[in-house]
Design a binder for this molecule. Structure first.
Ligand SMILES: *[C@@H]1O[C@H](CO)[C@@H](O)[C@H](O)[C@H]1NC(C)=O
Ligand SMILES: *[C@@H]1O[C@H](CO)[C@@H](O)[C@H](O)[C@H]1NC(C)=O
Ligand SMILES: *[C@@H]1O[C@H](CO)[C@@H](O)[C@H](O)[C@H]1NC(C)=O
Ligand SMILES: *[C@@H]1O[C@H](CO)[C@@H](O)[C@H](O)[C@H]1NC(C)=O
Ligand SMILES: *[C@@H]1O[C@H](CO)[C@@H](O)[C@H](O)[C@H]1NC(C)=O
Length: 441
């Protein structure tokens, strides 16, 4: 295998630097008629002519691609419908082509053209993505700017669901982790009298009658597999996204860490919620572990309708009591929401699965946990508000969360690797990342 360029910048340099100091200079030299008189000069001239022809060919190809674009259906209102359409460059492509990725990708590897032709993706986008991914994987450090550059380029390729890739990835997840049977602790997967091993500590918890009775008989997701799922992250990118209507149209909506969804913000984030993760430390911090006054908690979660509140009760010992307290509070007050518990075995095997892909963080983010679950539980997965960057691709600063202005943590921790993996799934057509504003309904 030939070594891919180290980063997108180097790759661009290779394309731009192909004819020495620039294509303009090459053209000028090639058109000087005096040089025909001497043989050595003739040779030089021929070389230049070949270079010119190559460039003309690239240019023609590029124009052809533009022509395809002009013909192509440009509305992406219904992203499910996009799957049926041919993949083409998005309307932004001509503007962005001051960095002409497509022709460079073609001329960089001609043999690739006929051989690895992907079924539906234009070779340009596929090639762009292959090159980006391989350079991605080689990098040790990731800067925001590097990511934003890549995202800018990825955005220029129309997304298309790839059913084969989806099936492949889902079956990998099914064989390691099996969310359809093991996402949450149930009476079916947890025998009465057994010991529940913690996910991240050497300890176990006896499943006695009282605990067993708290568990659903089986996985409680009636209607699975869901057709269209929305996984809503809390990134500040959602502000003014007007994605609310689209999110609410989904068959199943996942959210993270009890985010606010009422008031004007629902225009951007929607208010439908089927499953929401709960970080037990929030219950401690915000609601005094529910020891004194439970009504503030009950009032605030009332906005989630009949959602499941999913808690990592058996990840750490300190999570267990407070998770049970959430269960008893909901149960005791006959709240519409139900508390369910992540199976520690599921989370453990999921962490192992992602570790083989280089995600070595101490813990996966809840965003990646539910994204993984969604791929097993849904046929179409779309991610909103996944944006661990401090600015947009246009350099506009954005808040860390859509609901607060807390600055992103310096150092940009394990998120880059997780984001790399999620971007890759987007590129492969397994899931779709919403990078920008949604179209008005
Ligand atoms: C060109 O494509 C072929 C076939 O996919 C691959 O083996 C080769 O490494 C590629 N070369 C470059 C320079 O990318
Ligand atoms: C569970 O753990 C307890 C205490 O460590 C032990 O006595 C018991 O035999 C275990 N039960 C099972 C089913 O392994
Ligand atoms: C919500 O939007 C309306 C009109 O767009 C505005 O008048 C109102 O102040 C907003 N409310 C909040 C809480 O931002
Ligand atoms: C409990 O909290 C709610 C809302 O925060 C408040 O209205 C209520 O007075 C509190 N009740 C008690 C007994 O402290
Ligand atoms: C969501 O908002 C709509 C109107 O904006 C309202 O009718 C509906 O009850 C809300 N749903 C929930 C779960 O709060």
């Amino acid at each position: 295998m030939s070594p891919p360029p180290l980063n997108a910048r180097a790759w661009r340099r290779r394309w731009c630097g192909g004819g020495g100091s620039g294509s303009g200079g090459g053209l000028g030299r090639a058109s000087a008629p005096r040089r025909w008189r001497q043989r050595r000069r003739l040779l030089l001239r021929m070389r230049a002519a070949v270079a010119l022809l190559t460039m003309l060919a690239s240019l023609l190809l590029f124009l052809y691609l533009l022509w395809l674009t002009a013909d192509g259906p440009l509305s992406s209102r219904d992203w499910k419908g996009e799957a049926k359409k041919a993949v083409n460059f998005s309307p932004e492509m001509p503007r962005k082509l001051s960095v002409p990725f497509a022709p460079s990708a073609l001329s960089a590897n001609r043999t690739n053209l006929g051989i690895k032709k992907p079924l539906h993706l234009t070779p340009e986008c596929k090639n762009l993505q292959d090159t980006l991914w391989s350079s991605f994987m080689k990098k040790k450090r990731y800067s925001e700017d590097y990511y934003l550059e890549i995202i800018t380029n990825v955005q220029n390729c129309r997304w298309q669901r790839q059913p084969e890739e989806f099936k492949k990835f889902r079956s990998k997840l099914a064989s390691c982790c099996d969310a359809t049977h093991n996402l949450v602790i149930s009476q079916n997967n947890t025998p009465l009298g057994s010991n529940m091993s913690y996910e991240a500590e050497r300890a176990s918890f006896p499943i006695e009658k009282g605990i067993f009775r708290m568990l659903p008989v089986s996985q409680p997701f009636v209607g699975r597999p869901f057709n269209q799922c929305a996984v809503v992250g809390n990134g500040g990118i959602l502000r003014n996204s007007i994605c609310g209507a689209e999110i609410d149209k989904s068959d199943f909506v996942f959210r993270c860490n009890l985010p606010p969804i009422t008031g004007n913000i629902s225009r951007d984030v929607g208010n439908k919620t089927n499953l929401v993760t709960v970080n037990p430390s929030i219950i401690g911090r915000k609601y005094g572990e529910l020891n004194v006054n439970k009504s503030a908690f009950l009032n605030s979660i009332a906005t989630y309708g009949e959602a499941f509140l999913i808690l990592p009760a058996f990840s750490f010992r300190r999570n267990t009591d407070v998770s049970f307290e959430v269960y008893h509070t909901l149960h005791g007050f006959k709240a519409k929401q139900k508390a369910i518990f992540f199976h520690p075995k599921y989370l453990k095997s999921l962490a192992q699965f992602w570790r083989t892909k280089g995600v070595n963080a101490f813990r996966l983010s809840s965003g990646l946990m539910i994204t993984s679950a969604a791929i097993e539980l849904c046929e179409n997965v779309k991610l909103y508000g996944f944006w661990p960057f401090s600015k947009t691709t246009n350099d506009t600063p954005i808040s860390h969360h859509y609901y607060d202005n807390e600055l992103p943590k310096p150092g940009f921790h394990a998120m880059p690797i997780e984001y790399r993996e999620i971007l890759q799934l987007h590129g492969k057509g397994v899931l779709k990342l919403q990078f920008s504003k949604c179209e008005a309904a």
